[in-house]
Design a protein around this ligand. Structure first.
Ligand code: FAD
Length: 322
């Protein structure tokens, strides 16, 4: 049976024994982030009998979403149920150790890496996999954060079908708004784009939006009225109220963990960790997978990237040892 350790809720003194054990042992791989991408990487490595240490702080980006869609075998399931089932399966592999903790720093060592955690634990490994996800930055609009993932949504594939035929807003501007409008137009004919300021569309985009009778409203959004996260009205700065069932929103994000950048991993222009087609970052021996390294945010894609990162880390270890 794999080892399961909960570091966050208990006092540091409880870890003395474990701390000594971890200090003395060099793991094959430390995975930071134990949601869909991290667990998927751990499965590939556990099945290869690699000694893996998985650290997770339990804060996945989709935690407020009542139902996760578009991942076959789990369509419509609660996000935490998918993660729990994955965790149970991964921890049935005896070489996988899981700890509930937060990795605070990392550095290169001779032949590997060292990670320190919030609970004061020090771990070393030959390879690192970052599956740390991203943190969405909520705009300063009353009610927005409470509706995020429930009726203020980020992706037509994840939640669009559930709001088909409904009164739908798109809170975005320019190419992003145009792209979402073109996708969502197939799901509902009650579409309004809320540009939150002067509309920024190319002439051709304006024509297409008009042709599909998609209204554009430039007045900034002041507030979102809701009931337990279910949108009722969008209130504009001029006091006008618009009834909506759902609003798509494109919001900025930042990396959940700054350790990759502190280790010199390069970021892309969009703020993702730069990886090659095998999930290798620009730092040898360091991999990244899931939302932190790609714009396609979905459970299926995070699982696929994690699986690849795990397999590639195993292949690199094999090449070094065999
Ligand atoms: C509101 C919302 C709704 C969504 N709905 C759907 C949907 O219906 N269907 C779908 O397919 N996709 C959906 N997605 C996208 C999907 O949730 C993500 O693509 C997926 O969660 C990415 O998985 P991940 O493992 O990369 O990151 P996450 O699931 O975000 O997990 C990252 C994990 O790393 C941990 N972590 C970060 N830093 C550290 C650290 N330093 N130390 C320890 N642990 C750390 C975090 O606590 C977290 O547990 C949704 C996303 C959002 C934001």
């Amino acid at each position: 049976m794999a080892v399961l350790i909960f570091a966050l809720p208990v006092p540091f003194t409880s870890f003395t024994k474990f701390n000594t054990m971890a200090d003395n042992k060099k793991f094959d791989v430390i995975i930071i982030g134990g949601s869909y991408a991290g667990l998927s990487a751990a499965m590939a490595l556990g099945r290869s009998m690699r000694n893996v240490f998985l650290i997770d702080s339990g804060n996945p980006c989709n935690k407020q979403t009542p139902h996760s869609h578009n991942f076959i075998t789990h369509d419509g399931e609660k996000p935490a149920v998918i993660a729990q089932k994955a965790k149970e399966q991964v921890l049935s592999y005896p070489t996988v150790t899981y700890m509930s903790d937060f990795a605070v720093s990392g550095m290169k060592t001779d032949g590997g890496f060292e990670i320190k955690t919030q609970a004061g634990i020090k771990l070393t490994a030959k390879k690192l996999i970052f599956a740390t996800g991203v943190k969405d930055i909520m705009p300063d609009i009353k009610g927005f954060a409470e509706c995020w993932g429930i009726s203020v949504i980020h992706c037509p594939y994840c939640h669009g079908y559930e709001y088909r035929g409904k009164r739908t807003g798109i809170m975005a501007n320019g190419d992003k708004a145009f792209h979402v409008a073109s996708l969502v137009n197939n799901l509902t004919d009650q579409l309004i784009v809320l540009t939150n300021g002067k509309a920024d569309f190319k002439e051709e985009q304006f024509h297409k939006l008009k042709r599909h009778t998609i209204e554009i409203i430039e007045t900034p959004v002041a507030e979102i009225e809701h009931e337990n996260g279910q949108l009722k009205n969008v209130i504009l700065n001029n006091g006008n109220k618009l009834e909506f069932d759902a609003v798509y929103a494109a919001i900025p994000f930042r990396q959940h963990s700054d350790i990759p950048v502190n280790l010199d991993c390069e970021l892309t222009e969009t703020g993702h960790i730069k990886v090659d087609p095998f999930q290798k970052t620009t730092v040898p021996g360091v991999y990244a997978c899931g939302d932190n390294s790609g714009p396609m945010r979905s459970v299926a894609y995070a699982v696929a990237m994690g699986n690849l990162a795990g397999a590639m880390a195993n292949m690199e270890l094999t090449a070094e040892e065999f």
